[in-house]
Design a binder for this molecule. Structure first.
Ligand code: NAD
Length: 479
């Protein structure tokens, strides 16, 4: 903490020590609500990243020998400490990334669940016995941790992503090097202190703060990296994928989305409307699984737009600590410009704004567009703001076809009373996740979470990460 300004300075956490950046440089972290200075953070260098990987590698030798009981105890202690420090974590989610308290509390409780679910993974790192054709040979597979796991996380759900991916990697016996978003380093720094206080040995969890475009390659391209899990934009994911492919480093990539919701005429709009609003306005639309495309059957189209516009006009945009507030500030100037450009481009090309479209400070009003066509950027590209397009459809088949007309494939939803159609949709949508009569925004610790195409590669969650972050080894004994 700088005593004269009350501004905290964040350091890296490497080999169990809090350290400044090599060369001592820092960068500013801004509160997105008003762009005031929130913190200064160590501006990581390639040397810092290499030191963190070396620390994780050195710690792995002993850490892989720890017992499930020991790792489980440490993880459950992390959950206890999180509960004790709930107020500080929630404050950080509000002031560092602009989460309304409703979203911050939701994220906190999800984060806790992620850590507790990870504790349950420790006892499940198992192989199997395999019948052998060779007489007298006893054959088995044993499952082993991979080694050093790189974790790269985005700004929008830093606690969910940090808890899930770090805890899952540690649960199965890996050590970790974490590069958090340059817009959310404090949250990760708080978590690192909790992990250390819970008793995890020095070097098992290392955090380097800084800019991904400057030091990301020093992690993703590191020869000592055994696995990388990345969550962020598709363009950065593509770059990382190329580097990891070259080194044959296995990855999971959780990327952007343009998730569709189909609403059939038989759906109960009283139930659908609040869920539709939640699926795009939560955290100001800064959710990878937000629904930025609605396909609504023509008989209910006008009613749907009318009701959606009414809700949009009432969504809370007040104090972030008011439980009724939903709309968050858009995280950065660059992102604000992107949201503005998407709306302006759509309007210039003939779309109609059915609600919103204006800004209050750094917050974009909940915005609904109709009359959107293929040539508009908002039609096919992720906006990452509280902006969605509503399209009329004349049949279920048209809804499915249009929902599938995308390079992305993250989440999806259908609202209907027809269970056959609903299941047909679930089986034929090209997304990694599908929710019948529920919003596209949903996540649980133990589900296979992830997308296809431009939305990513692989799945995360307790089972999926156990599989991805360990390897089977075949062992035989000649008796
Ligand atoms: P981003 O891609 O700008 O940054 C994500 C992370 O990548 C940050 O930590 C950043 O420092 C790092 N990074 C940047 N360049 C890098 C490089 N060359 N090498 C390595 N790391 C690098 O994304 P963002 O703006 O923080 O987050 C928003 C995006 O994340 C959206 O596209 C959203 O859809 C996506 N997202 C996806 C999921 C999912 O589970 N599929 C979840 C949350 C967010």
């Amino acid at each position: 903490m700088d005593a004269t300004t009350d501004i905290r300075t964040l350091q890296h956490f490497i080999a169990g020590q809090w350290v400044d950046a090599d060369g001592g440089e820092t960068f500013d972290v801004l509160n997105p609500l008003d762009d005031s200075l929130y913190a200064r953070a160590a501006k990581g260098t390639g040397a810092d990243m290499r030191a963190a990987v070396a620390a994780a590698r050195a710690a792995f030798a002993d850490y892989k020998e720890t017992t499930p009981t020991q790792r489980e105890r440490w993880l459950l202690r992390v959950a206890e400490l999180m509960e004790e420090q709930q107020a500080e974590l929630v404050d950080c989610l509000i002031d560092e990334i602009g989460s309304p308290i409703q979203k911050a509390m939701f994220e906190f409780s999800k984060g806790l669940t992620m850590v507790r679910a990870a504790a349950g993974m420790c006892r499940n790192v198992r192989g199997e016995t395999i019948p052998s054709d060779a007489p007298g040979k006893f054959s088995m597979s044993i499952r082993e941790p991979l080694g050093v796991v790189g974790v790269i996380t985005p700004f929008n759900v830093p606690l969910i992503k940090t808890t899930r991916l770090v805890a899952n990697a540690l649960a199965v016996g890996n050590t970790v090097v974490h590069l958090p978003s340059e817009m959310a380093p404090h949250l990760t720094v708080l978590f690192a202190q909790i992990v250390a206080d819970a008793g995890f040995p020095a070097g098992t969890y290392n955090v380097v703060t800084g800019f991904g475009h400057e030091i990301g390659d020093d992690l993703t391209g590191h020869k000592e990296l055994d696995f990388l899990t990345f969550t962020g934009s598709t363009v950065v994911g593509q770059h990382i994928n190329e580097i990891c492919a070259k080194n044959k480093t296995p990855t999971t990539l959780e990327l952007g989305g343009k998730s569709p919701t189909v609403v059939m005429a038989d759906a109960d709009l009283d139930k659908v409307m609040p869920l539709a609003a939640r699926s795009i306005f939560m955290f100001g639309g800064q959710a990878c699984i937000g629904s930025s495309r609605f396909y609504v059957e023509r008989p209910i189209f006008e009613e749907f737009v009318k009701r959606f516009a009414m809700i949009a006009g009432k969504v809370g945009m007040g104090d972030l600590r008011d439980p009724d507030t939903v709309i968050a500030p858009i995280i950065s100037d660059r992102q604000r410009q992107r949201v503005r450009d998407h709306i302006a481009d759509a309007v210039a090309k003939g779309a109609t704004i059915a609600a919103g479209g204006e800004w209050e400070g750094n917050r974009c009003q909940p915005t609904l567009l109709t009359g959107v066509s293929q040539d508009m950027t908002v039609c096919r590209t992720e906006t990452f703001g509280p902006v969605t397009s509503i399209y009329p459809i004349d049949s279920y088949e048209e809804g499915l076809e249009k929902a599938n007309d995308t390079e992305y494939g993250l989440s999806s939803a259908i609202f209907t009373k027809d269970i056959d159609r609903a299941f047909h949709f679930a089986r034929n949508i090209g997304a990694g996740m599908c929710h019948i009569n529920g919003p596209t925004i949903h996540d649980e610790a133990h589900v296979p979470f992830g997308g296809n195409g431009e939305s990513g590669v692989g799945r995360e969650g307790t089972d999926a990460d156990l599989e991805a972050m360990t390897a089977l080894k075949w062992v035989t004994v000649q008796l």
